[in-house]
Design a protein around this ligand. Structure first.
Ligand code: KQY
Length: 365
């Protein structure tokens, strides 16, 4: 594997959309006792369900610590590859490589800087040095060259690409003080354009209420096709999420993408607000003397945090009355894929959902 100091745009590499063909998917086994309640037992079951659903149509590689290797190997079917790697937590979307592709079908990784969603400013754990090496190690494992972009802090959950020259991000995340405070919005946009090789960056103002990632795009809005998105939506005007979703909707309605298309926005309902229970809080160990969650805390539950596999959409269910309605909408938007729900409360407690724990690896020639 070569470490590249050039820029994808100069080399003819660009970020494909998630709905384009995959070789497979990267995941990381849950273990941290301040992220995953009661020794991560229930979280592991949920991760297994996600991995098995994805593995029906693409390869799944599960990274796991030395200590958890035997458990993971026993709980996962043999067709899922289990590979030992040191990590700090389980967010493959955010610490894994972002893959770019060229016209010949070759792929390369981008190794962004990772600082646990905000470093010493408002990061979610310390240290994060093991996670910061995951992207590079994965590229080594897959024998793919990797761009050194470690001077720029970015997580995979903070970007969505349509594969046709447009990416979406949120201002709340990309402009947060814990990411790249020395860069202006214009400089950040130039960086995204150069590394993802796109012509247009859509800056949604915000994401999901109380999303501790500074409101990643992948919880509020996702491309379902070029020129088409799903946006997390509530009609409850008393919910603080209403104003947030409305601002995003209004922004998208007056924007066009890189190809000059108006953006077709499909509203995807949100579940009723989901809150941490006292029992769940008691199952988490404290980090640095502080609880990571508090009783009654609202979690950033959203159906938009789904993963697009080759032949399926793996989506979170919350045991909510909106589960089936959201599933039907995704079935209509992805008629060639089977929509597979996974009960995701135990993933949500960790601070993200199915999209956050997965990272697609595009198919290469
Ligand atoms: O991408 C994500 N949603 C990850 C959140 C990390 C939370 C750490 N507890």
């Amino acid at each position: 594997m070569k470490i590249l100091h050039t820029i994808p745009r100069e080399d003819g590499f660009f970020m494909p959309a998630e709905f384009e063909p995959h070789y497979g998917c990267l995941m990381i086994w849950p273990e941290r006792a301040d992220s995953w309640q009661y020794g991560a037992v229930a979280a592991r079951r949920a991760f297994c369900e996600v991995a098995k659903a994805i593995a029906e149509s693409e390869k799944v590689i599960m990274l796991v610590s030395f200590e958890q290797y035997d458990t993971a190997r026993e709980m996962l079917p043999e067709y899922i590859r289990v590979v030992e790697m040191s990590t700090d937590d389980s967010w493959a979307r955010d610490c894994g490589p972002t893959f770019v592709k060229n016209k010949a079908g070759e792929i390369r990784g981008i190794d962004w800087g990772f600082n646990a969603w905000g470093g010493l400013y408002d990061g979610l754990y310390f240290p994060w040095d093991k996670d910061n090496k995951v992207a590079r190690k994965v590229c080594d494992l897959l024998e793919k060259d990797t761009y050194d972009a470690r001077d720029f802090i970015l997580e995979g959950g903070a970007i969505h690409s349509d594969g046709e020259g447009t990416v979406m991000v949120t201002e709340s995340c990309l402009l947060s003080k814990g990411r790249n405070p020395e860069l202006t919005k214009e400089e950040i946009e130039q960086k995204l354009k150069a590394y993802l090789n796109v012509e247009k960056v859509l800056w949604l103002p915000c994401g999901i209420y109380n999303d501790e990632t500074n409101e990643h795009i992948d919880n509020i809005c996702a491309f379902t096709a070029p020129g088409e998105v799903v946006l997390a939506w509530t009609d409850d005007t008393k919910d603080p999420q209403y104003e947030m979703s409305k601002r995003c909707f209004d922004y998208l309605m007056q924007e066009t993408d890189a190809k000059g298309r108006k953006i077709l926005v499909h509203k995807l309902p949100l579940p009723s607000p989901v809150y941490m229970t006292e029992e769940e809080c008691e199952g988490l160990i404290h980090w640095d003397g502080e609880p990571t969650r508090t009783d009654g805390e609202r979690l950033a539950a959203s159906y938009v945090n789904f993963y697009i596999a080759n032949k399926s959409i793996v989506m979170p269910f919350f045991g909510d009355e909106k589960d089936e309605e959201a599933k039907k909408i995704l079935e209509q938007l992805f008629p060639m894929r089977k929509v597979v729900p996974v009960s995701a409360r135990d993933i949500l407690i960790g601070g993200g959902n199915i999209h956050c724990i997965t990272q697609q690896i595009p198919l290469w020639k």
